[in-house]
Design a protein around this ligand. Structure first.
Ligand code: ATP
Ligand code: NAG
Ligand code: NAG
Length: 415
């Protein structure tokens, strides 16, 4: 991260000279550096620390201090800092700067998140210091937001789909608004979720923001060590405690996983690849919809191709977490096309846990258990290199849909 920090500093200097083309170029270069150092951090593995109530509360107090002095703003600031309608509950997670805080907003549980604890830890927008704030036009801001999107998602979006990132109008608190927006735009996850809000029920809802903190819906997150992966007993108004209703819930969740696979494969202009599939990275809503909550390793096709296309001496060099391609030994380059797919990995890392008996014996007994087990096994098995390999995912998907729907009907009939 240190290297990237230096880069940003240079960028600020260059920004002072106000050559916007050079500024934007340098900016793009910094982003590349930053992404690389982020990846290095992720590879090393991050060790979460403890977050006490005391530090959780003081983080929000600090946020409100900055709000009252007009440094930052956002649609939730008033509720958090003045009306007390957004109330601290506890601190869930603390990793380096990253904070995840649980709170209550008008009776609804929410999560507040920020990659950095303190507002001033985010890069300043040098433009804000040197030109009169009122001189920054919305066009310039839109252009900057578009560049961020290009860097984070690898997508070039048209101006009108950038709406969720930039909706506010010039007003009395323009400077605080721009500074706040800028701090949010430095958080990849915020960009990702904001842009997909209106297109997908399988991504986390963003409720609002105050300064560098954004609020998302509170959901029931998965846990690898949990018997049913998702703690159904934790869900409010839980009628999911009996054996039969637990079986039914797991089938509903499995069907929602299939919907999500289908949706991420087909419904965006580019396929969305999930390269870190584990229970912790998904959560469920009350209606048992599966939601992706950690998208650090989610990439649209163009970015996926960039990531995969590396030099190689063997297939092992072409693995990127749950996404891999093959090494072309003639040119010593990994194929840009991913060789496996989201469904295979979900079958392997999620469905097997439910539908294949473990040493501890079957988790619960499903209708059609043997058929489900076989279908999951076939789905998880990496496609052998044969002519029909590309059709396999589709076949697996429809087979699983079929078996799960039949199971669902049988359970209903047995009521
Ligand atoms: N919307 C949510 N609802 C409920 N719990 C959540 C939510 N978001 C995050 N959590 C909890 O907080 C934890 C950390 O959140 P998050 O996954 O955002 O951190 P992270 O730093 O991205 O994790 P990692 O270090 O694995 O990438 C999660 O494991 C989950 O238990
Ligand atoms: C977005 O808007 C800016 C400014 O209005 C314009 O210069 C640019 O061409 C637009 N881009 C697209 C993709 O529409
Ligand atoms: C990959 O290999 C090419 C040709 O052998 C070489 O020029 C290039 O620098 C290598 N790239 C990396 C990232 O190692």
């Amino acid at each position: 991260m240190r290297g990237a920090g230096g880069c940003w500093k240079r960028l600020r200097l260059r920004g002072r000279r106000r050559s916007s083309a050079a500024f934007l170029l340098a900016w793009a270069a910094c982003w590349l550096g930053l992404s690389a150092s982020l990846l290095a951090l992720l590879r090393r593995g991050a060790f979460p620390g403890r977050c006490t109530d005391e530090s959780g509360r003081s983080i929000l107090a600090r946020l409100c201090l900055d709000y009252s002095s007009g440094v930052l703003t956002g649609d939730l600031c008033e509720d958090l800092c003045v009306a007390q309608k957004l109330v601290y509950k506890h601190c869930l997670y603390y990793d380096r700067g990253k904070k995840v805080i649980q709170a209550d907003w008008r009776g609804q549980p929410i999560i507040l998140k920020s990659k950095q604890e303190i507002f001033s830890s985010y890069q300043h927008l040098s433009m804000l210091e040197e030109v009169e704030t009122q001189d920054i036009t919305e066009t310039e801001l839109l252009l900057m937001a578009a560049l961020e999107v290009k860097n984070v998602l690898g997508l070039e979006l048209s101006n009108n789909t950038m709406g969720p990132l930039w909706t506010r109008r010039k007003g009395p608190h323009w400077k605080a608004q721009v500074a706040s927006m800028w701090s949010l735009l430095q958080q990849e996850e915020y960009i990702f979720f904001s842009l997909l809000q209106d297109f997908s029920k399988h991504v986390l809802r963003i409720i609002g923001s105050c300064g560098h903190f954004y609020a998302v819906e509170y959901l029931t997150a998965g846990h690898a060590w949990h018997k049913t992966l998702f703690p159904l007993e934790d869900m409010a108004g839980s009628s999911l405690t009996g054996h039969r209703s637990r079986v039914r819930a797991i089938i509903d969740i499995a069907l929602s996983f299939l919907d999500m696979v289908q949706h991420f494969d087909n419904d965006f202009s580019h396929r969305l690849h999930l390269c870190d599939i584990k229970p912790e990275n998904f959560a469920i809503r009350h209606d048992l919809t599966v939601v992706a909550i950690d998208v650090d390793m989610a990439f649209f096709e163009p970015k996926m191709r960039d990531i995969l296309e590396q030099n190689c001496t063997g297939d092992d060099d072409c693995n990127f977490f749950d996404c891999f391609s093959k090494c072309n030994l003639k040119v010593r380059k990994c194929g840009a096309q991913r060789a496996n797919n989201n469904l295979q990995v979900i079958c392997d890392k999620i469905f097997r846990r439910w539908f294949s008996p473990s040493l501890r014996g079957p988790l619960v007994s499903f209708p059609l258990q043997p058929q489900l087990q076989k279908a999951v096994q076939e789905c998880a098995e990496p496609g052998r290199v044969d002519a029909a390999a590309h059709q396999r995912p589709l076949k697996s998907l429809s087979k699983l849909y079929h078996l799960l729907r039949v199971s669902q009907r049988e359970l209903l009939r047995a009521e």
